[in-house]
Design a protein around this ligand. Structure first.
Ligand SMILES: *Cc1c(COP(=O)(O)O)cnc(C)c1O
Length: 384
């Protein structure tokens, strides 16, 4: 018997991407250069201007550089949702600061603003909301909380391109700094890559310098000083986080397709919603009124009256060749983060984790593949 398998994800790389990368390879310039400058400019334009984009080699790098530019260091606390990828918390440790994990709102999967407020201490410095699955956090409320307590906001938008809060694009929606990911399975990809965006020129300058060893080329006027091409100063112990032109060439093409990608995923979501309406499943959180969702992930939860539990559901899907994933095992359950949350409890994240499954959702998915996922899910849950 032939099993029709459907992967959890397959990237959408077309001839245009292949041609762009090939052109870059033939150009003689591989590392950060003209393609990266063009990618940053295009990214700023994609977000409607009015900010600066700093290309880096991962979202993790963007988060790290962002916290560094905000002056986070030993003794500071940074508020992070427990339901996220470990990168959101680990960058806090890179700087010797303390991640303070807080629970999520099960209706949104995003950081619960009430929990944020309850976690604030005199040491708090930054709030790091994660727009979970591409659903925007309540950035209006989080901004009000941050302003009341003198905190900064660095949002982890690894899932959220493109998405909007109250008509305003992610990247400009009340955060001081926003980090995007172009990891292979994100909503657009450069293989590996990320982008930091900010409207604050001082933060943009600091992160641009720190992404490349802390080298300060601006000490010389690059165009008039004949030594500028070879004399430079190092102003700080920086990092090696620059994006290659090979990656940026890929990113330039993917960015042009990002809106179409988003529309296609939204159509697939509508199809899933209709097909699953009468099953014992909780469908994914909707965007808030006035917001738009990037639909990076389609996450269902097994209801209490489902005939099988989450783990058995996953096993049944896997046996029938359906790729699944779980986003995420909460950080407070992980060995490395347990010592940071002794005595704390996270009932909502625990509940969501105990019953959630991410189903295949990607731009290159065919109707036949989605039909197959729907058929198997229905079959497993109601035996039709
Ligand atoms: C993917 C992801 C990251 C890390 O992105 P990289 O580009 O791989 O560093 C950070 N946070 C969240 C929520 C993610 O999903």
């Amino acid at each position: 018997m032939i099993t029709e398998t459907v992967p959890f994800f397959r990237p959408s790389i077309g001839e245009e991407e292949i041609a762009a990368v090939t052109d870059c390879l033939r150009s003689g310039w591989l590392t950060t250069g003209p393609k990266t400058a063009a990618f940053e400019k295009a990214f700023t334009e994609f977000l409607g201007g009015g900010l600066e984009s700093v290309a880096v080699n991962s979202a993790t790098a963007a988060l790290h550089l962002g916290l560094e530019a905000l002056g986070v260091g030993p003794g500071d606390e940074v508020i992070v949702p427990t339901l996220t990828f470990t990168a959101t918390a680990e960058v806090v440790r890179y700087l010797g600061a303390q991640p303070v994990l807080v629970d999520i709102d099960p209706a949104t999967f995003c950081i619960d603003p009430d929990c944020v407020e309850a976690a604030i201490t005199p040491r708090s410095k930054v709030i790091m909301p994660v727009h979970f699955a591409g659903r925007m956090c309540d950035m209006t409320r989080l901004r009000a909380i941050a302003d009341r307590h003198g905190l900064k906001i660095l949002d982890d938008a690894a899932h959220a391109l493109p998405a909007h809060h109250q008509g305003v694009t992610v990247g400009k929606a009340n955060a001081d700094i926003t980090a995007f990911s172009f990891y292979a399975n994100k909503t657009m990809t450069t293989g590996e890559g990320g982008m930091l965006v900010t409207a604050d020129p001082a933060i943009a300058d600091r992160t641009r310098m720190m992404r490349l060893h802390g080298i300060d080329r601006d000490v010389f006027n690059r165009f008039t000083d004949p030594r500028a091409s070879w004399v430079y100063d190092v102003a700080a112990p920086g990092f090696k986080y620059n994006l290659t032109d090979i990656a940026s060439a890929l990113g330039l093409v993917q960015l042009q397709r990002a809106k179409d990608f988003g529309r296609i995923r939204t159509e697939r979501v509508t199809r899933y919603d209709q097909a699953f309406a009468n099953l014992p499943l909780l469908l994914p959180p909707r965007p808030a009124e006035g917001d738009s969702h990037s639909w990076h992930l389609y996450i269902v939860q097994l209801k209490e009256d489902a005939p099988i539990d989450r783990d058995a559901f996953i096993l049944a899907l896997k046996e029938r060749g359906i790729g699944i994933s779980v986003h995420y095992r909460p950080l407070h359950q992980m060995t490395v983060w347990k010592p940071f949350c002794e005595g704390a409890s996270f009932p909502q994240a625990d509940l969501v984790f105990s019953r959630c499954v991410s189903l295949p959702l990607f731009m290159a998915m065919t109707d036949a593949e989605q039909d197959r996922v729907i058929e198997v899910v229905r079959d497993v849950l109601i035996g039709v």
